[in-house]
Ligand binder design. Sequence first.
Ligand code: NAP
Ligand code: GLV
Length: 332
Amino acid sequence: MPTPQVFVTRQIFPEALEMIAREARLEVWPDDYPPSPEQLRRKLAQADGVLTNIMDRLDAAAMAAAPNLKIISQMAVGVDNIDLAEATRRGIPVGHTPGVLAKATADLTFALLMAAARRVSESDRWVRRGQWQLAFHPMHWLGVDIHGATLGILGLGQIGLEVARRARGFEMKLMYHSRTRRPQAEAEYGLEYAELPEVLAAADFVTVHVPLTAATRHYIGERELRMMKPSAILVNVARGPVVDAKALYKVLKEGGIRAAALDVTDPEPIPADDPLLSLENLLVTPHIGSASVSSRRAMCLMAARNLLAGLKGQRLEACANGDLYQVKNRGC
Ligand code: NAP
Ligand code: GLV
């Protein structure tokens, strides 16, 4: 078998590149910015495998330009940038990296929840602006308690479950809504299952962990935001379009909810003049949920292993289009 050709769309951890280079001819896109659609199509024309991240759009046109492509390996758990149905139709397995980033992303979820509850970045901005003139006042900078509060987890997958684990340590009451009930987790973590409106109405904090799909675009819109308590805080670490950004601005500005913390925005990056950024009760981080050294390294290595397995026609460690197996009896 001739040595396969692999295109990696961004610089990643060297250990992962070395692993690939032992078995394939490797080309790594040198820029921090992604290749344009045209540049990507040109690279894919020669490729047997491609290692992507969430910024690369692997749509039908990209796949049509890739006659030899045997594997798309995404260095992320979310795959909303990839046309999964088209990959399945073409018999191309799509690898991804669930699990290895769940703890880090749950840590960041909690960092955002706590920062919004206790107004950490808002007060930091205030200090840096030179506004800390009065040393202390009993009635200033009041936030809300985390202990004893009710947390509503939307999407009880790997990250949602890790958030539940952390919340237990903070003595929170736990509710969740998800596509599939998880009785074992309910028993283990004292999680109460409820329909979405019920969770939204009861929770002091709502954290969002559903994948972005046709069913979850604007999963949290104005109607859902208005179901929340005026004292409640929304944390989105899933994907920006899962929350309707215009509705969020409107409801936050009117005080319909207390605050929001977003690791993901719509669009990304959020433009500096986006109205949301004018709000003091909004906190934003630049999509850093999995950005710890060890998690990102683990994601790169898992993506490399998926890529090599796909090149050999072997079963992937994690395959986002598992239905492929039924279609072609190969890959996943
Ligand atoms: P996961 O284990 O697949 O969990 C997703 C959960 O959402 C599953 O329990 C799933 O239900 C549920 N779900 C799917 N569609 C739903 C719907 N329409 N309504 C209600 N629940 C629904 O994935 P994960 O590893 O926890 O990751 C979740 C998402 O987080 C990823 O897809 C990605 O977009 C995002 N993420 C963001 C960052 C970041 O840096 N901010 C990092 C990692 C991941 P089932 O059990 O029925 O499948
Ligand atoms: C990051 O956003 C991921 O989906 O892994």
